[in-house]
Design a protein around this ligand. Structure first.
Ligand code: ATP
Ligand code: MG
Length: 123
């Protein structure tokens, strides 16, 4: 969880509870994705550019099939077994981030795994 560089405090404005919910959902998704990997990793890096705080969460799970990339933010889209996932985590997170004037996007990382980019206006 540390990129080895010192980052000055980066403050954003908004609902701490809601933003924590976004982080928890992204991390839980990462944990679920890396479950089969014998050396599970989630890398979290934080930086800022152009007045936005940027948090990148990368994992070494299986990644997201290209045909799912446009659907993962849809309400009730889940690939998890019945009773495990509701498919609401990313759609709720997307809405929260949008309400905070930010952006949430997903892609497959170079070298495998999924990468989520969370951007929020720097206060
Ligand atoms: N890090 C990831 N790696 C691979 N696939 C992912 C990752 N994060 C999300 N997904 C895919 O996106 C889908 C939707 O995620 P979302 O968080 O909205 O719902 P969920 O995790 O299935 O259920 P819950 O509502 O409990 O969060 C997941 O079921 C999974 O297919
Ligand atoms: Mg989830």
């Amino acid at each position: 969880m540390c990129n080895g560089k010192r980052v000055p405090p980066l403050t954003v404005m908004g609902s701490a509870g809601q933003l924590q919910q976004v982080m928890m959902n992204l991390l839980q998704n990462g944990f679920d994705a890396v479950g089969q990997n014998e050396a599970p990793h989630i890398w979290v890096t934080v930086g800022h550019a152009d007045g936005m705080v940027r948090v990148v969460l990368r994992d070494n799970g299986p990644g997201i099939p290209p045909e799912h990339l446009l659907r993962i933010f849809d309400p009730f889209f889940t690939t998890k077994p019945v009773g495990k996932g509701t498919g609401l985590g990313l759609s709720i997170s997307y809405g929260i981030v949008e309400q905070h004037g930010g952006r949430l996007s997903a892609r497959n990382a170079e070298g495998g795994g999924a990468e989520f980019v969370l951007e929020l206006p720097l206060a």
